[in-house]
Design a protein around this ligand. Structure first.
Ligand code: A3P
Length: 345
């Protein structure tokens, strides 16, 4: 009898203990996510129209959980009206470059309480069929946000598509444009790796990178190969500069975003006139993934999908040297135009 009572008492203590630890963890998580928002201050800068200066960031952070529900499409019309939610056209767009780290940049910026990301690549400006659907179609693709927040979308194909600069200019001539670049040869190999993986998934064979990147007749770099052309950043940027002044662009160093993301993100916060709110707390290195992952609070964190950070195939060193030599003058021009030197080989 006494033994039975002891077992019952022990079980009860165990349940109570678990409850206490659970509550404690929950409290720490809430406090943790609020602490990093101190001091409370209004959103600075030029974004938004009405009354933004009176809206504290902390309130935005509080409402993020709610927004998450709305983003998943669970919001009723009444809820949207009640919380003053809107679908806003982007105030900033990550226009490229493909394989530069566009997804990581978008996800990391989304840690900021004043930023709301469009999760999908919308391909409005580069796809004629989508573009023909009109700007309202585009706006309806945007996530719900508070009027004081800014929406950011990313579609890396924008950077290299002929018609896009003019189309974006027509929507908003003062929009902010983010370009994330990586060392051009590495980016080209990353681009190739993605295509190769797609082919392998369909059980198809594919050429070796060397065969595509080097013209077998001339033994020179094959500028007809898309992965090579995309890495000639200055050529594409020059087209954009016919519509937008260089001050409207910000160059993100994609190689540094991999190894040291915080300073890169802080530069973007500054460019977007946002108060600095992303901190080292939000970014932790995951040794298994080999990349930085995101921490929203002690309970909620996430790494990017496995398709980000693929292992590249080995490439003949002489081909790498040839490509680096080829890109060198274009890189110099890119540094000169953008005012950002990236020390690529
Ligand atoms: P690799 O797969 O070549 O390593 P994009 O999102 O534009 O397609 O870019 C993909 C690249 O983002 C990846 O290229 C990877 O190196 C880079 N990247 C940068 N930060 C990352 C992060 N925190 N997690 C995963 N990948 C990251």
């Amino acid at each position: 009898m006494l033994f039975k009572q002891q077992v019952w008492l022990r079980q009860k203590l165990l349940v109570l203990g678990s409850l206490a630890v659970g509550s404690l963890l929950y409290l720490v998580a809430r406090v943790g996510s609020l602490d990093r928002l101190q001091p409370i201050c209004p959103i600075e800068g030029r974004f938004g129209a009405r009354g933004q200066a009176e809206f504290p960031l902390r309130a935005l952070q509080f409402k993020r959980g709610l927004l998450h529900e709305f983003r998943k499409g669970n919001a009723s019309k009444d809820q949207v009206r009640l919380h003053d939610l809107v679908q806003q056209l982007p105030k900033a767009i990550i226009i490229g470059v493909r394989k530069g780290g566009t997804r990581a940049l978008l996800e990391m910026l989304n840690l900021h309480p004043a930023v709301v990301k469009a999760s999908q690549e919308i391909h409005f400006f580069d796809n004629d069929e989508n573009y023909a659907k009109g700007i309202e179609w585009y706006r309806k693709k945007m996530p719900f946000s508070y009027p004081q927040q800014i929406t950011i979308e990313k579609s890396p194909a924008y950077f290299i598509t002929e018609e896009v600069p003019e189309r974006i200019y027509k929507m908003n001539s003062s929009i902010k444009l983010l370009i994330i670049v990586r060392e051009p040869t590495t980016r080209a190999i990353s681009d190739y790796t993605q295509v190769l993986e797609g082919k392998e998934r369909k059980n198809k064979t594919y050429y070796k990178f060397e065969k595509l990147a080097i013209d077998p007749n001339t033994c020179e770099v094959n500028t007809k190969y898309k992965a090579v052309r995309t890495s000639i950043y200055t050529k594409h940027l020059e087209r954009w500069l016919k519509y937008f002044p260089i001050e409207q662009f910000h160059i993100v160093d994609g190689d540094r975003l991999i190894t040291e993301p915080l300073p890169e993100l802080q530069l973007v916060e500054k460019f977007l006139n946002l108060p600095p709110r992303i901190s080292q707390y939000n970014l932790y290195f995951n040794a298994t993934r080999g990349f930085y992952c995101l921490r929203f609070n002690i309970i909620f964190n996430k790494c990017l999908a496995g398709s980000k950070g693929r292992i590249h195939p080995e490439v003949d060193p002489s081909v790498i040297t040839k490509l680096r030599k080829f890109f060198h003058p274009f890189n110099q021009k890119f540094y000169q135009i953008t005012g950002r030197t990236l020390n690529w080989p």
